[in-house]
Design a protein around this ligand. Structure first.
Ligand code: MN
Length: 151
């Protein structure tokens, strides 16, 4: 069944934004800012996968995390940057971001633009591991990554 878009890009009839952290972590201090998540397609459609739409507010960022499942990300709105350690790239609509299993990753919106992206994952997947202080310190050893990560 078609679900029509609602108003501006990034919202759909009958799909409510979910708390970003619901499936990821029990940690109320999980380090992210200004992220919404909407489930677009999933097992209800007979898929063994889920396609979600995430939108990060200007100046916001997703959690710095890794997990055994992979992500296939398609940027569709706004501007920002992606860390797929140790690579850091600026991203804009229609860029594709591949996050291999076990790779630290984070997406940031630009300070003056949101970042909207589609993210494809396995329907059954492991829970993310958040980066701890030691992980962040190790990542910062790479100057490109250090420049991407905020204090
Ligand atoms: Mn992830």
């Amino acid at each position: 069944m078609t679900r029509f878009r609602k108003g501006d890009a990034g919202r759909w009839e009958g799909i409510d934004p979910e708390p970003y952290d619901a499936g990821g972590s029990d940690d109320p201090e999980a380090p992210f800012r200004g992220v919404s998540r909407q489930r677009l397609f999933g097992p209800e459609e007979g898929l063994d996968a889920a396609l979600r739409y995430f939108e990060v507010e200007p100046g916001g960022w997703t959690a710095l995390e890794r997990h055994r499942h992979a992500h296939a990300v398609v940027v569709v709105r706004g501007r920002g940057a992606a860390l797929v350690a140790p690579e850091v790239r600026e991203v804009a609509p229609f860029d594709l971001v591949r996050v291999p299993p076990g790779t630290w990753h984070q997406l940031r919106a630009a300070d003056d633009a949101p970042l909207g992206f589609l993210c494809l994952v396995d329907a059954e997947r492991d829970r993310p591991e958040r980066a701890g202080p030691d992980d962040v310190e190790a990542l910062r050893a790479d100057p490109r990554v250090a420049a991407f990560l905020r204090p």
